[in-house]
Design a protein around this ligand. Structure first.
Ligand code: ZN
Length: 165
């Protein structure tokens, strides 16, 4: 089980094991914000409430958000593995402005694409095809791209996590 750690300003900071979270709380480095009531911790000394979200008592400085490097996997993940043109399951990525026409490998020029659309589109732009784009491609932002462990967020974390880009 995992615990979401919030910085003193309530920004999501990290995901840790609940044991680590309990240690932070016991050392007064953090306070419990939310408890996972469905999964209490059983131990020799009794039943503990399992923290699902904790808040650091002191503010931790974090480096400014770095640019997220563009990658094939990243584009598929950003677009939820759905084709930007038809919405079907996508396994390839497409250059919106084709590479042959100067299109670059950038977050705003790459989209997830199904094999069929990719083949049909070829060296054309979406507007030449008369296609609408279902996504507005841009560099992903949000905690999931910076923090590890947020790929599978717990429902209790929803209120604390920025919406996925
Ligand atoms: Zn498609």
């Amino acid at each position: 089980m995992r615990t979401l750690v919030l910085n003193a300003g309530y920004e999501p900071l990290a995901v840790v094991s609940f044991k680590r979270a309990l240690v932070l709380v016991m050392n007064r480095k953090a306070t419990v914000v939310q408890i996972d009531r469905e999964h209490p911790v059983w131990s020799a000394s009794g039943v503990w409430e399992r923290p699902s979200v904790i808040l650091l008592t002191r503010y931790v400085r974090i480096p400014r958000a770095r640019a997220v490097p563009v990658s094939r996997r990243g584009v598929l993940r950003r677009d939820d593995h759905r084709c930007a043109y038809c919405g079907k399951s996508a396994s390839t990525i497409d250059h919106v402005l084709p590479r042959s026409r100067g299109g670059r490998d950038t977050w705003d020029n790459l989209v997830a694409c199904c094999l069929r659309c990719n083949n049909v589109k070829g060296d054309h732009t979406p507007s030449e095809m008369g296609w609408n784009m279902l996504v507005d491609p841009r560099m992903p932002q949000g905690t999931g791209w910076v923090m590890r462990g947020v790929e599978r967020p717990l429902p209790q974390w929803d209120a604390y996590l920025a919406p996925a880009a």
